[in-house]
Design a binder for this molecule. Sequence first.
Ligand SMILES: C[S@@+](CC[C@H](N)C(=O)[O-])C[C@H]1O[C@@H](n2cnc3c(N)ncnc32)[C@H](O)[C@@H]1O
Length: 468
Amino acid sequence: MSRKMKNKVVSNLLIERIAAEGKCVAHHEGKVVFVQNVAPGDVVDVRVTRGKSSFLEGEAIHFHEYSKDRVEPFCSHFGTCGGCKWQHINYDLQQTYKRQQVLDQFTRIAKVEIPEVLPILGSQQTQYYRNKLDFTFSNNRWLTREEINSGESFERNAVGFHIPKMFDKIIDIEHCYLQGNISNDVRNELRVFALENNLSFYDIRNQVGLLRNLIIRTSSTGESMVIVQFGADEPAEIALVMNFLHKRFPEITSLLYIVNLKKNETFHDLEVVTFAGKSYIEEEMEGLRFRIGPKSFYQTNSAQAYELYKVAREFAELTGDEVVYDLYTGTGTIANFVAKQAKQVIGIEYVEAAIADAKLNAQVNGLDNTLFYAGDMKDMLTDDFIARHAKPDVIITDPPRAGMHEDVVNMLLKLEAPKIVYVSCNPATQARDVALLAEKYTVDKIQPVDMFPQTYHVENVVRLTLKP
Ligand SMILES: C[S@@+](CC[C@H](N)C(=O)[O-])C[C@H]1O[C@@H](n2cnc3c(N)ncnc32)[C@H](O)[C@@H]1O
């Protein structure tokens, strides 16, 4: 019966609310219908794209009424680009939905007793808030339906973002509202230069082509890092591109490149060549300086990272006598941020280059009570490791989207630190981990922080206290 629903049109559906991952929810004949790119309050006709016995998925093909909470999207790429999918919803409401998402995940997945979810800490900047963007070059620009129907031929080289769920199609970005500074100029001028000089854009399917990927990182100190990934080892062409960027953008403080002949764009295992300037940029927070290398993670919204870290520090309630473990420490930012209020801080992280930066950051900032170790968390956090170090009074953990490995959660249960501050960019996996930790811990604070305006993503900090 459900399969028969595929391609059927359901008319006049009222979009009721937003569920996980930004999908909107409506109901039809007792079934949940998930619809993308609509807003609660819209009334739409939906073409069913997927039918299951318990739910339907569909796309809005006609709007009868628009929600009163809609605002005009500011970006010309809205609707095609996967970047800022919530531009059509006013920012106040975005924040309400994000807080609701946290509440929903903790109610449905964690199923533990929780205190009131605190009001979300909104971002002052709702545009140009990112300090890092990653653009892909492609000889297979995504064409709009109108372009295809026009029968004309178009330039197919592009530099921009992947179209959601289409690994080989790239939307050519004219202006991105996520990153300020020189970001748009560097991308656009490099595109023009490459076209004028007949340099090849990467062919993702056949894995050939010179220009492959462009990463731009900026910092609140005014520095910028530009990394160009080349898909061919052609020294003359590489020099041409890098000299162009160097001369045209003297304000780039760290100009780097990578020759990447691998099948994927990751470069943690590749040599990064410093073409001009320094091999890193620096961020600044409360007078502390943080060095960020090309392979290191740094929170992508610097201003909100500061708010996030203040929450983590406040939840940790440090007095100066505590041993703090900072798990998934990246470049040791949280560890160094709380070090002055702790007896000792131990940071663990699996990217070796990030740990090298973390150590350097401690040194540059004159912090002598930190220790940093590189390795996979589940292999590092062992009985042997604990025997060689002091037991933690506070654990701060900030894992990637996938959350913590079960072995790590079990180790935390064994360690019985009086407090755990769990920072997460994915409340669903955080709720899953908290459900396991609830064996010995109670949740006594939940603070969502908006690091990513115009998207459904939400950062969340939870404090867990050891049961008596
Ligand atoms: C969300 S980031 C947090 C970084 C840091 N706390 C900060 O605020 O800058 C997660 C970090 O976990 C690291 N990571 C991911 N999986 C890991 C694992 N299995 N073992 C150790 N570190 C891991 C990543 O390299 C990344 O630096």
